[in-house]
Design a protein around this ligand. Structure first.
Ligand SMILES: [Zn+2]
Length: 359
């Protein structure tokens, strides 16, 4: 089915009320996650984590018309006090801590008095440091070389066409997402060395969307209704390949830095957040560090059966009709969540036994 036909059929099924049938399966609130919002997207291949302002405004208008946007604290209190969870409720979250959250998202949500959570990576905030995926994509798409060799990966890539460049960037990002933190830093350095500092200055100015907030910005955004949560110190993906001490360092450092600025750091979003990105060590550490809740990117609604430390979230980075469709059928994801969750707990128990045997 072509994209235009799919969009038309989704619009028709929404207008005629057919999508409302899916709502029968809904059992609880939906936690949505975004990254950034930009007035204009210049290159979607580089700025893929940001959505256009016009789309964001339409999505929020849909939520204001058909749902109730609540604060994360209200959701937590509802779970704690066993209030009946309302499937109409939605919680807005933003990962990474981009500056456009302050300049574009904050004023808009403040005008409508809508609460939201921004999950920040504290090192990127402290050092005004962009994320490895930005450097990889930008370097590979914008180097003048027709091929590159990355020593950190011991691998060369041909970059003769845009398709080859996109494929190379995807491959490098996949490797980086599964690598220990030290290797991620080497891959990033390798990619950065493919362009001159003048070229980086030019591209960073062009793609200002990927600039992180400063601590001052983070303070300012809290006055607009944001709660600041942790997204680790280095945006470190907490998969089984990370050292146990590194996982604890990531959570402890980011939590302490946020508490130093805002007194509290109650919520965590695991970077990348799929079930493969959350080791049993990370899951236990999130519990022992006394976060109130820790969010994954596993699809589903927050129901009385959801795990507070592997809480589901749904990506909102999508075209308007796809967004409405997804919002209407969140209840259909709950079965998948239960399955993924029980597999995760089984693996978790197995890892716990292995660790106990090796101690
Ligand atoms: Zn992230």
């Amino acid at each position: 089915m072509s994209w235009a036909i799919r969009r038309l059929s989704l619009a028709v099924s929404r207008y005629c009320g057919a999508q409302r049938l899916f709502r029968l399966w809904s059992k609880g609130p939906t936690v949505l996650f975004y990254h950034g919002v930009e007035k204009k997207i210049l290159d979607p291949a580089v700025q893929g984590l940001h959505i256009p302002l016009r789309l964001f405004e339409r999505q929020i208008a849909f939520l204001r018309r058909h749902r109730e946007i609540i604060s994360m604290d209200y959701l937590y209190e509802s779970i704690l006090n066993r209030y009946e969870l309302d499937p109409r409720q939605v919680i807005l979250t933003f990962d990474d801590g981009y500056k456009n959250n302050l300049h574009i998202v904050g004023p808009l949500l403040e005008a409508w008095a809508l609460p939201f959570v921004v999950f920040i990576s504290t090192r990127h905030i402290s050092e005004s440091r962009r994320f490895p995926t930005y450097y990889i994509r930008t370097a590979i798409l914008h180097t003048e070389k027709k091929s590159v060799y990355l020593r950190s990966m011991n691998k060369g890539f041909y970059l003769a066409t845009r398709e080859k460049r996109l494929a190379a960037a995807r491959t490098i990002i996949q490797v980086a997402k599964r690598a220990p933190l030290e290797l991620v830093e080497q891959i990033q350095a390798d990619c950065m060395s493919q362009l001159t500092s003048e070229k980086w200055a030019e591209l960073n100015a062009r793609f200002s969307s990927d600039e992180p907030m400063s601590w001052e910005d983070a303070t300012q955004i809290t006055s607009m209704g944001a709660t600041i949560g942790s997204h680790c110190h280095d945006h470190c993906i907490l998969h089984v390949g990370q050292r146990e001490e590194e996982v604890h360092r990531q959570l402890a450092k980011s939590k302490a830095a946020i508490e130093a600025h805002f007194l509290e750091c109650k919520y965590l979003a695991y970077p990348n957040g799929t079930v493969a990105d959350i080791s049993s060590v990370a899951y236990s550490a999130a519990k022992s560090r006394q976060f109130r809740m820790a969010f994954s990117t596993i699809l589903g609604e927050v129901t009385p059966d959801s795990d507070r430390f592997l809480a589901p979230r749904i990506s909102a980075d999508r075209e308007y009709e796809e967004f409405c469709y997804l919002l209407n059928r969140t209840g259909r994801q709950n079965q998948v969540y239960q399955l993924v969750h029980s597999e995760f707990l089984q693996q978790n128990r197995a890892c716990g036994r292995e660790r106990a045997q090796t101690v």
